[in-house]
Design a protein around this ligand. Structure first.
Ligand SMILES: Cc1ncc(COP(=O)(O)O)c(C=O)c1O
Length: 469
C-alpha cells in the first residue's frame, strides 16, 4: 500500500458528500452529529427508527433559493414551500417564520400550511381537480387558485358567486418546448418518449385554452386574473431545461399579452429545482449546478421574451419542495440483524425501518447515501446490502460501503427530508417512525411514533364478524 492511499471511512465518505447547507459533522468520539446532537443521543431520547430534521439547514435552503432568484429578478419573488414534500407542522412553522409562502394541493395541505402559519397573500392552491370544499376553503381564506383548465373556471366561478367573494386566479399552462425535449432523456424518470409524455400529462391548459380563459375573465365580477403557473418537476438537473421551460412559458405569455393586453401580476414557475446532493439522478454525486445557475438561466430566458413584447415584468413565484427540505432530513435506523452467506458471498444488513419510510427508492430508484453513524473513523471493509423490514425487497442501498458494523449500531440515510415522511405508508402493518427537530444541541419531538393501534385505528369490524371471545 502506498503512503498516499487514503483509507475510506464513514467520516471521509460523509465529508466528500457534504453540501453547503448540511449541518452534519462527526464528534470527537466518532459519532454522527446533526447540528449539535449526536445520532446516538437522539435515538436514546426518541427511539428508533427516527426522522431527524435540521432547523438550520431548512432556514439556509429557504434563504439561498430566495436570494438566488432575487439576485436575478428585479420584481418581488415569492418562494412558496411545497408542503407535499414534508407536511410536518413544525417544518411549516419554521418556513413561515422565514417569510415563505406555500403551495397546497388538498384540504389537508391547506390545514397543515395554516397550522404552521401562513400569509394567505402568498399561498396558492394547485390540482387538476380541486373538489368544491377545497375551492370554497381557498376562496374563504383569500388564497390564489391556479386553475388547471377551462372546465375548472366554471367551478371556481360557481363557488365564488355562491359565497359572494372575489378570488385571485392564475392559469396553469402546458408548456411544451419541443426543440429542447425532442431528444431528451431524463436523469430522473426512467421513461421513454418524454415529450409525448408531457403532451399526454393531465396538467395545464393549452395556449389557446388560456386565451379563451383570459377573454372570459376580463372584467369578471369575482374572478381576478392574476397570472400564470407551470410545473415540470425534477426531470433534469440541467439548468438549460429550466431555461427552456421558462423561455417557452414567457414566449406564450408575451404572445397572449400582445393579443389580449393581459399583463400578469405574477408568474409561478412551480417546483422541481434540483438540489446540490442529488439522489434523484441515481448517482452518489454532488450536482455541479448551484441553485444560482437555475435562477439565472430561467430568469434570463423569461426576461428576454418579456422585453421583446415590451411587457412589464411580473413577480416571480416558485414552489420548491425538495430543494428546501431534502437535505434537512436524515433517517436514523438501527441494525437488527446481519446475515452473511459465505456460499453466495453476500451480506445483508437488516435495519429496523423499511423503504416504506423512504418510498422514493421503490418508486423512482433514487440512490440515497447511507453511512454508519457510529465509529465513523473505522475503515470501510464491506459492501453489504442495507435492507429493511418489509416483504418487498426493501433495499435502501445496494452494496452499501460499511465498516465492520454490529447489531444495535445506527445507520443514517441522508436526504430523507423530502417525500419520505410525506409518502410513508403502512405496508406490512408497520407503524411509522417518530420525527425529531434539532436546533443546535437541542431537540424536540415533532411527530410522535405510531403504534400498531394507530395503524388499525380507522378499521371497523362489523359486529357479526367479531371473533368469539
Ligand atoms: C405543482 C407542484 N409544485 C411544486 C412541487 C414540488 O416539487 P419539488 O419538490 O420537486 O420542488 C410539485 C411536486 O410534485 C408540484 O406538483
Amino acid at each position: 500500500m502506498s503512503n498516499n492511499t487514503v483509507i475510506q471511512t464513514p467520516e471521509t465518505s460523509l465529508r466528500q458528500a457534504l453540501t453547503t447547507s448540511d449541518h452534519l459533522d462527526v464528534s470527537a468520539e466518532g459519532d454522527l452529529l446533526i447540528e449539535g446532537a449526536s445520532a446516538r443521543g437522539l435515538i436514546e431520547k426518541f427511539g428508533s427508527p427516527l426522522y431527524v430534521v435540521s432547523e438550520a439547514t431548512l432556514r439556509a435552503n429557504y434563504r439561498r433559493i430566495k436570494s438566488a432568484f432575487e439576485a436575478n429578478w428585479p420584481e418581488p419573488v415569492n418562494v412558496m414551500y411545497a408542503i407535499k414534500a414534508n407536511p410536518n407542522t413544525a417544518v411549516r412553522a419554521i418556513l413561515h417564520q422565514e417569510g415563505a409562502g406555500g403551495d397546497c394541493f388538498s384540504m389537508g395541505e391547506i390545514q397543515a400550511t395554516f397550522d404552521g402559519g401562513a400569509d394567505p397573500e402568498k399561498i396558492v392552491v394547485n390540482g387538476s381537480y380541486k373538489p368544491d370544499d377545497v375551492l370554497q376553503r381557498a376562496i374563504e381564506l383569500g388564497l390564489t387558485i391556479n386553475m388547471d383548465s377551462e372546465e375548472e373556471v366554471d367551478a371556481v366561478e360557481r363557488i365564488a358567486d355562491k359565497i359572494g367573494k372575489s378570488v385571485r386566479v392564475a392559469i396553469r399552462v402546458k408548456v411544451l418546448p419541443e426543440e429542447y425535449f425532442k431528444n431528451f432523456t431524463s436523469d430522473c424518470f426512467k421513461r421513454p418518449n418524454f415529450f409525448q409524455g408531457m403532451q399526454r400529462s393531465k396538467w395545464g391548459e393549452t395556449v389557446n385554452g388560456a386565451k379563451r380563459i383570459i377573454r372570459r375573465l376580463q372584467n369578471h365580477k369575482n374572478l381576478r386574473l392574476y397570472g400564470y403557473h407551470t410545473h415540470i418537476g425534477r426531470a433534469s438537473r440541467d439548468p438549460n431545461m429550466f431555461a427552456a421551460i421558462g423561455g417557452e412559458l414567457a414566449r406564450n405569455i408575451g404572445a397572449l399579452y400582445a393579443e389580449t393586453g393581459f399583463a400578469p401580476t405574477m408568474v409561478d414557475l412551480g417546483g422541481g429545482w434540483a438540489r446540490e446532493r442529488d439522489p434523484e439522478a441515481s448517482g452518489d454525486v454532488v450536482n455541479p449546478h448551484p441553485i444560482e445557475d437555475y435562477a439565472k438561466a430561467v430568469c434570463d430566458a423569461m426576461a428576454q421574451q418579456f422585453h421583446e413584447v415590451s411587457m412589464p415584468l411580473p413577480q416571480v413565484w416558485l414552489e420548491p419542495g425538495r430543494y428546501i427540505v431534502g437535505n434537512a432530513g436524515v433517517l436514523l435506523t438501527s441494525i437488527g440483524l446481519i446475515k452473511r452467506d459465505d456460499e453466495l458471498g453476500f451480506t445483508w444488513v437488516n435495519v429496523d425501518s423499511s423503504t416504506n419510510n423512504l418510498l422514493q427508492v421503490d418508486l423512482f430508484g433514487y440512490t440515497y447515501k447511507a453511512i454508519a453513524a457510529e465509529g465513523m473513523a473505522r475503515p470501510i471493509t464491506q459492501n453489504s446490502d442495507l435492507v429493511g423490514l418489509t416483504c418487498v425487497p426493501s433495499v435502501f442501498v445496494r452494496d452499501c460501503p460499511l465498516p465492520d458494523v454490529k447489531v444495535g449500531e445506527i445507520v443514517a440515510v441522508l436526504d430523507a427530508g423530502m417525500y419520505a415522511e410525506a409518502k410513508g405508508y403502512h405496508f406490512n402493518s408497520l407503524p411509522r417512525p417518530a420525527t425529531a427537530l434539532v436546533s443546535g444541541k437541542f431537540s424536540w419531538l415533532i411527530r410522535r411514533r405510531e403504534t400498531v393501534q394507530d395503524v388499525f385505528a380507522t378499521m371497523v369490524l362489523p359486529e357479526r364478524l367479531r371473533p368469539e371471545a
